[in-house]
Structure formats: structure tokens, C-alpha cells
Design a protein around this ligand. Sequence first.
Ligand code: HEC
Length: 148
Amino acid sequence: MKTIFWVVLTLIGVAAQAGARPELQIIGDAIVVPLTERTASAEMGERIFVSRESGHCVLCHQVAGLDAPFQGDIGPQLSDVGDRLSPAQLRLRIVDSSILNAQTIMPPYYRRQNLHRVASQYEGETVLTALQIEHLVAYLSQRRSDTP
Ligand code: HEC
């Protein structure tokens, strides 16, 4: 009886870990598996892209037709980035662009190690959540030259 109890407990533990996806699988220049199983929304992604409180990607990037008072041009324009990059490639660049370019000035939005100068209470936390990253991937993969 006791043995069955421990087997069940172990299986629950393994299943919980699989849902959390603690490891990022980087293949080439892409992260193929979404960071969370929850459903992403391009509409939410647009809000995060513009919002000063969360992503604030418009600080450095432009997207044509976006309702934002100020859009910077330090980074490349992303109006048709969905033509250039797959969702998996977009995901890696938002998670941590320094994987591809060590000198990049783009902040890592989902890096959990090697973050210097973070206050200890934030250690291990990411700038954006897994779901926020997936909202951004959904939004940007829809930015294509053939969409109005
Ligand atoms: C401080 C400026 C800065 C901010 C803020 C920033 N980026 Fe970037 N981003 C860059 C630069 C510069 C590049 C060009 C590649 C490089 O230098 O690594 C880039 C590249 C990219 C690329 C690849 C584009 C391509 O054509 O290859 C994507 C996608 C991207 N950024 C998305 C985002 C998203 C989403 C956010 C907000 C969560 C964001 N960026 C915030 C500076 C920034």
C-alpha cells in the first residue's frame, strides 16, 4: 500500500515538472517548443510590445501602423518580421538575444541565469513571464508584408 502511494506521488511530480518546462531547448538559432502550454494571444502581444510597464519593445523597435506615440529605431523595424523569422526563431531572440550576439544591447526577457546586478529578491526571476513571451511570439509572427 505504501509503495503504491510513493509511485503515485512520484508520477505526479514528474508530470508537474513536464508542464513547467524548466529547460529551454535551443536548436540552432531557435527555441522550437513554446515556453508554456497556455494559449497565446497576438492581441495581448501587441499590448505588451507597446506597454511601458511590461515589454516596452517600442523603445527600440518600430512596427508600422502601431498606435504608439513614440517608436525608437535602435533595433530593426519589425513590421514584416514574420517573413524573416519563424515563431521558434522569434522566441529565442526575445528570450535572450545574447545567445546569438554577445554584444547585443537588447535585454534578455527570459534568462534565468547569469543575470548580473539583480537585487537578490529578484534572483531567478525573468523580466517577462513564459506566457508574455508567447503572446509576443504570436503577435510578431503575424507581422508580415502581406498583412494590411
Ligand atoms: C534597448 C533596445 C531594445 C529593446 C528594448 C528591445 N530590443 Fe529587440 N533588438 C534590439 C537590437 C539592437 C536588435 C538587433 C539584433 C541585435 O543587436 O542583437 C534587436 C533584435 C530583435 C529581433 C530580431 C529582429 C530581426 O530582424 O532579426 C526581435 C524579434 C526583437 N528584437 C524583438 C524584441 C521584443 C519583442 C522586444 C520587447 C520585449 C525587444 N525586442 C526589445 C534592441 C532592442
